[in-house]
Design a protein around this ligand. Structure first.
Ligand code: GAL
Length: 991
C-alpha cells in the first residue's frame, strides 16, 4: 500500500485538503455544474494498486462505466462485489484503526469541461455530498486531498489545478478505513460515491455561508442572520417579499436581528414557510424561513411555547435498487406517505440524509431530530474497550463530524433537536461534540441516547424501554432505578423531557402495544412520544438463480459475518407496501380522538397547535356491515388541546343484526400529501340491540359408531370429516402452532413484567421444544345419535406427556350444520401458546377456494395487542391478499372477532360459516392461507414457500399477542395466551 495512503487509512483525523469550514447546503445562483453521470470505473480487491490512474493521460478506455451517484456493489450484477449486512458486528477484524488488506477499492475517473466564463470565479470548489468510506481526489493529476465521513459533505478548493475546457478528475474510494469503526450503523455496507458531485464557481464578493436563525414569540417573528462573507462582499440585502422586508446591511457590523410582525409560525402541522433571499452584488442565496422557537422549560420540550409529542419514525436512506442513493421523487412520496399515516416526526437514523430531504421536511412539515454520522456499536463486544468515543486520538474526527452535520443543515426550521450519533458508548469525545453544538447553536437541544446518565445532553432518551419502565420515567413519585443510572443520575434524568428515540421494533409481524405507549404520553407530560424503529425494510432487490425476484437480507449475498433479517424491521415493506402495523400506528396516534358518551361524542384535538378547521366529520351506520345510512357530523372548530361535545345522529337500530356507527375525521381539502377526503381518524360505536345466543343443544343417547355417516352437508368416514357440501375437506384438526414471528423468535431478557416467557429463550424455541409444530392425534372415541356425531381425541407431541383433549360435536340445527369443539389442555403446560385453533384443509377441486368475504374485524390482520386499526365491518379479499409478504415468512393474516365468513371460488360462494360467541361473548378469528403454519415456518424467503394446491382455513378461539421482543419487550400479560380451555362454535352451510 503506498505509504501516504496507508498513513491516511490509519489516520483518524478528518480530511486532508478538504475545506475545513463546513457550510450550509445552499441554493445559490452562483454557477455550478453537476458531475453526476457516467464515470469510468475500476474495482480492485486491495488498496495497494498503483495510483497511476490519477495521471491526466492515463488510458482508462478499458475501464467500465459506472453511474455516479451509486454504490458499486449494487452495479454490474455482482461483478463489483456484493452488499454486506451487519447490525452491531464489524465485518472486518476489530483492530482499530486498521482494516484488512482485502479492502475493495474503487477508482473513478471522468472528464469535465470548465466553462470559459468561470475564469472570473474567485475559487472553484468541488463538493462531494457522500462517499463511503474514504476517498482521495486528484484533478488533472494533482492530488487535492481526501476525506472520510461517508454521509457528510466534503468540499475541496480545486482552483489552482483547473484550466478552461477539458479537465480530468480521479477519485479513489476505499470500502474500509479507520472511519468504518465509527460508521458501524445497523445497515448494509454500501461503498461508493453515492451522493452528488458538484463543481461550483465561487464568485468574488459571494456569500460563503448564511444562517437564518428564526424565532417566534407571541405573534412576532425574529430573524437573526449570520453571514459569512468577505468585507468587500457587502452590502448584503435580505429580502422577504411576502412581508415587505428588504433589509440592506452596509457592513458586517451592521447585521442585526430583525423583528417581523404578522408572521405565521412554522409547525409540523402548518409548515408555513417564507421565501427569503440573501444577496450581494455577486451572489444570491434563496432560503425558506420558518418561524419557530425551540425551548426546554423544566421537563417540557416546547416549540413556540407548546409541548411537542413526537409521533416519529426512524428513517434510514434505503431503497431496494439504489441503496442510499437519493431519489427526490421517491423521497417526497415516502414523506407524503408518512403524513398520510399521521407521522409527524423523523429521526434521521443514524446520519444526515441527503440535504434535499430536509427541504422536503420543512415543506411537508415534520419535527426532525437530525443525527450525526456516528456509531461504534461493535466495541460493545469488547466491553467498550478501545471505543473511539473516549479516545483523544479520535476527538478531532468526532468534532469534524458534528461540525459538518450542523453547519450543513442549520437553516432548516424542521430540525428541532441535534443528535450526536447512535450507539457509540459514551466518552469525552461525545461530550466535546455536545459542547461544540451548545456553543454554536443555542436554539436547539442536544440528544444522544448513549448518555444514559445525562451528563452532557439536554433530553432524556431511551430505546425500547418497556411500557412499565417508560411509565416510571414519566411518574414523579417513582424512585424506580433507571437503566445504567445511579439514583441521583436517575433523578437528574427525570428533570428533563423524555423521548423514546427508538421503540416499537417493527420487525416482521408486529409490534404490539403501540397503544399502551401512546396512552402514557397523554398521562405523563414529561413523556414526549418517540420514534418507531423503523420506517422501512432495507431489502435489496435481487433474484434467485432461476430468476425469481426477491428482497434480500443479511446472508443472501454470502457474507462471512451477517445479521440475517434484522435489517427487515420497517413499517413499510421493501417495495413501499405499508404493513398492517403502519395502519395500526396511524390509528393509535391519530391527532383527533373520539369518546362516546351516551348520545354524545366528545371530539378532542390532540395536535400541537393546529385547530380542526382543515377537517370534516362524516358518519355512517351499518347493519351487519351493510351501509344503511350516512351523513355529515356538524363539529365546531376545535382548537389544539381542546374538546367539543357533539350530539350523535339518530340512527336506525336493527333488531336482528349488529348496528355499528362509524365516524371518520377526513381532510376537507387536498394537501401536499393527501387528497381531499383522506381519513385522519376513525371511531366506532356498537349500537347493536342485544340478541340471544342459541343455547348449546345437549344431545343424549350417544352410542358408539363407526363414524361413517352423513349429517346435513357433512360426510364422515371413520369419524373424520371428508366432504362439506360435496367438496373434499380434511379436519378439523387442533392447531396450536403459528409460524413464529420475528418477535416470537426474539430472546430478549425483557420478560419479567409480562410473565410470558423465559429470559434469554424465545417463545418460538419453547414451542418447538414442546412440539407444537408437530402434534399427533389419538382418537379416543367416536359416538353418534340420530342427528349428531361426537369424536374425542387426544392431541400431543412426540416425547411429551403434555396433551390436549379435543371433543368435536357435529349436529344438524335446522338447515345448518353446527360444529362445537371443546379444547382442554392437560395440566403441566408451562409456556404461552401461539394460538388455540382448528384447521380445515380444502384441497383444490374443480372450484378452488380462492377468496373470502367476512363480517368481523378487518380489513387487515389483527392480533390481541394490535387491534386499533381494525374496524367492525364487511370485507372481502382474494386468498393471496389475506397474507402479508413479510421478508421472512411468518404468521400473518389473522382476522379477529369473526361473525360470518363466506369462502368463495372465483367469486361464487362455496361455504358459509357463522361463528357463535362463547359463554364470555368471545368470537374466534380466522386465517385463510395457501400454506400451513408449518410450511410457512420452514421458508426463509417468500420464494421458498412451496407451490400449494390447498387452502387452509384456521379458526382460532384465541391468538397470542405480538409484542416486540425482536428488540424490546415481550407480549404484555393481558395479551399473552396461556394454555386454557376454549370452545369454538360454528354454523356451516352450503353456498
Ligand atoms: C437499535 C439501533 C438501531 C437498530 C435497532 C434494532 O439498538 O439503534 O440502529 O439496530 O436497535 O433494529
Amino acid at each position: 500500500m503506498p505509504s501516504q495512503l496507508s498513513a491516511y487509512v490509519s489516520d483518524t483525523a478528518p480530511g486532508r485538503g478538504a475545506l475545513r469550514t463546513a457550510r450550509s447546503w445552499l441554493h445559490s445562483d452562483a454557477p455550478r455544474r453537476s458531475l453526476n453521470g457516467l464515470w469510468r470505473f475500476r474495482l480492485s480487491p486491495t488498496a495497494s494498486v498503483a495510483e497511476d490512474f490519477a495521471a491526466e493521460d492515463f488510458d482508462d478506455s478499458g475501464w467500465d462505466g459506472i453511474p455516479v451517484p451509486s454504490h458499486w456493489v449494487l452495479q454490474g450484477d455482482g461483478a463489483y462485489g456484493r452488499p454486506i449486512y451487519t447490525n452491531v458486528q464489524f465485518p472486518f477484524p476489530i483492530d482499530p484503526p486498521h482494516v484488512p488488506d482485502e479492502n475493495p477499492t474503487g477508482d473513478y475517473r471522468r472528464h469535465f469541461d470548465v466553462p470559459a466564463d468561470w475564469s472570473d470565479a474567485e475559487r472553484v470548489v468541488l463538493r462531494f455530498d457522500g462517499v463511503e468510506s474514504l476517498f482521495t481526489l486528484w484533478v488533472n493529476g494533482d492530488e487535492i486531498g481526501g476525506a472520510a465521513g461517508s454521509r457528510l459533505a466534503h468540499e475541496f478548493d480545486v482552483t489552482s489545478s483547473l484550466r478552461p475546457g477539458d479537465n480530468v478528475v480521479a477519485v479513489r474510494v476505499h470500502q474500509w478505513s479507520a472511519a468504518s469503526y465509527v460508521e458501524d450503523q445497523d445497515q448494509w455496507w454500501l461503498p461508493g460515491i453515492f451522493r452528488d458531485v458538484t463543481l461550483t464557481a465561487r464568485p468574488a464578493g459571494g456569500i460563503e455561508d448564511v444562517w437564518l436563525r428564526t424565532g417566534f414569540d407571541g405573534g412576532r417573528g425574529r430573524i437573526e442572520t449570520e453571514i459569512t462573507a468577505e468585507a468587500a462582499a457587502f452590502p448584503v440585502t435580505l429580502r422577504l417579499p411576502e412581508l415587505g422586508i428588504e433589509q440592506v446591511w452596509a457592513t458586517a457590523a451592521d447585521v442585526a436581528p430583525l423583528d417581523v410582525d404578522g408572521v405565521e409560525p412554522w409547525s409540523a402541522e402548518r409548515p408555513r414557510l417564507y421565501d427569503v433571499t440573501v444577496s450581494t452584488a455577486a451572489e444570491s442565496i434563496a432560503l425558506r424561513a420558518g418561524f419557530r422557537t425551540v425551548e426546554i422549560r423544566g421537563d417540557r420540550f416546547l416549540v413556540n411555547g407548546r409541548r411537542v409529542v413526537f409521533h416519529g419514525m426512524n428513517r434510514h436512506e434505503t431503497h431496494p435498487e439504489r441503496g442510499r442513493v437519493f431519489d427526490e421523487e421517491h423521497a417526497r412520496e415516502d414523506l407524503a406517505r408518512m403524513k398520510r399515516f399521521n407521522v409527524n416526526a423523523i429521526r434521521t437514523s443514524h446520519y444526515p440524509p441527503h440535504p434535499r430531504l430536509l427541504d422536503l421536511a420543512d415543506e411537508l412539515g415534520f419535527w426532525v431530530i437530525l443525527e450525526c454520522d456516528l456509531e461504534t456499536h461493535g466495541f460493545d463486544k469488547l466491553g467498550w474497550a478501545g471505543n473511539p468515543s473516549d479516545d483523544p486520538a479520535w476527538r478531532e474526527a468526532y468534532l469534524d463530524r458534528i461540525q459538518r452535520t450542523i453547519e450543513r443543515d442549520k437553516n432548516h426550521p424542521s430540525i428541532v433537536i441535534w443528535s450526536l450519533g447512535n450507539e457509540a458508548g459514551t466518552g469525552g469525545n461525545l461530550a466535546a461534540m455536545s459542547a461544540w453544538v451548545h456553543a454554536r447553536d443555542t436554539g436547539r437541544p442536544v440528544h444522544y441516547e448513549g448518555d444514559h446518565a445525562g451528563e452532557y445532553t439536554d433530553v432524556y432518551s431511551r430505546m425500547y424501554s418497556s411500557v412499565l419502565e417508560t411509565e416510571q420515567i414519566g411518574t414523579d413519585g417513582s424512585r424506580a432505578r433507571l437503566l445504567n443510572c445511579t439514583p441521583a443520575q436517575g433523578a437528574r434524568q427525570r428533570t428533563k423531557p423524555f423521548l423514546l428515540c427508538e421503540y416499537a421494533h417493527a420487525m416482521g409481524n408486529g409490534p404490539g402495544a403501540l397503544d399502551q405507549y401512546e396512552a402514557l404520553v397523554h398521562e405523563h407530560p414529561r413523556l414526549h412520544g418517540g420514534f418507531v424503529w423503523e420506517w422501512r425494510d432495507h431489502g435489496i432487490l435481487t433474484t434467485t438463480p432461476d430468476g425469481t425476484p426477491f428482497y434480500a437480507y443479511g446472508g443472501d449475498f454470502g457474507e462471512v459475518v451477517h445479521d440475517g433479517n434484522f435489517v427487515m424491521d420497517g413499517m413499510l415493506l421493501s417495495d413501499d407496501v405499508p404493513t398492517p402495523s403502519l395502519h395500526e400506528y396511524k390509528a393509535v396516534v391519530a391527532p383527533v380522538r373520539f369518546a362516546f358518551d351516551g348520545d354524545e361524542v366528545a371530539i378532542t384535538n390532540l395536535r400541537h397547535s393546529a385547530d380542526t378547521s382543515d377537517l370534516r366529520f362524516h358518519w355512517r351506520v351499518e347493519h351487519d356491515g351493510t351501509l344503511v345510512d350516512s351523513g355529515d357530523l356538524q363539529v365546531p372548530v376545535v382548537a389544539a388541546g381542546e374538546s367539543a361535545r357533539v350530539p350523535l345522529p339518530r340512527i336506525p337500530v336493527s333488531p336482528d343484526s349488529e348496528t355499528w356507527l362509524t365516524i371518520d375525521a377526513v381532510l376537507a381539502a387536498a394537501t401536499a400529501w393527501a387528497p381531499d377526503g383522506h381519513v385522519i381518524a376513525t371511531a366506532q360505536l356498537d349500537r347493536s340491540a342485544p340478541r340471544p345466543v342459541p343455547a348449546v343443544r345437549r344431545e343424549t343417547g350417544w352410542r358408539q359408531s363407526d363414524g361413517t355417516l352423513t349429517l346435513g352437508i357433512a360426510e364422515f368416514v371413520d369419524g373424520s370429516l371428508v366432504r362439506l357440501a360435496g367438496r373434499a375437506v380434511a379436519g378439523p384438526q387442533l392447531e396450536l402452532f403459528r409460524a413464529p414471528t420475528d418477535n416470537d423468535e426474539g430472546a430478549s431478557e425483557e420478560v419479567e413484567e409480562s410473565d410470558a416467557g423465559i429470559a434469554g429463550v424465545s417463545n418460538a424455541e419453547l414451542w418447538r421444544r414442546d412440539g407444537l409444530d408437530r402434534l399427533t392425534t389419538r382418537r379416543l372415541s367416536v359416538e353418534r345419535t340420530a342427528g349428531a356425531l361426537r369424536t374425542i381425541a387426544k392431541v400431543s407431541a412426540a416425547n411429551s406427556a403434555l396433551s390436549v383433549i379435543v371433543e368435536s360435536v357435529w349436529s344438524v340445527q335446522g338447515d345448518e350444520l353446527e360444529l362445537r369443539v371443546e379444547i382442554e389442555p392437560s395440566r403441566g403446560w408451562l409456556t404461552v401458546w401461539p394460538r388455540i385453533g382448528i384447521r380445515f384443509d380444502l384441497p383444490d377441486g374443480a372450484a378452488p377456494v380462492d377468496g373470502a368475504e367476512w363480517f368481523g374485524l378487518g380489513p387487515l390482520e389483527s392480533y390481541p395487542d394490535s387491534l386499533r386499526a381494525a374496524r367492525t365491518g364487511r370485507f372481502s379479499s382474494a386468498i393471496g391478499d389475506l397474507s402479508v409478504d413479510y421478508a421472512r415468512p411468518q404468521e400473518t393474516g389473522h382476522r379477529s372477532r369473526l361473525r360470518q365468513l363466506t369462502l368463495t371460488s372465483a367469486g361464487t360462494t362455496v361455504l358459509r360459516i357463522a361463528t357463535l360467541p362463547d359463554t364470555r361473548g368471545r368470537r374466534p378469528g380466522f386465517t385463510l392461507s395457501r400454506h400451513t403454519p408449518q410450511q410457512i415456518a420452514r421458508a426463509g424467503h417468500p420464494f421458498q414457500l412451496p407451490d400449494s394446491t390447498t387452502s387452509h382455513l384456521i379458526v382460532d378461539a384465541a391468538q397470542h399477542g405480538l409484542g416486540s421482543r425482536a428488540c424490546g419487550p415481550d407480549v404484555w400479560p393481558e395479551f399473552a395466551l396461556r394454555p386454557e380451555a376454549r370452545t369454538i362454535r360454528l354454523r356451516i352451510a352450503a353456498g
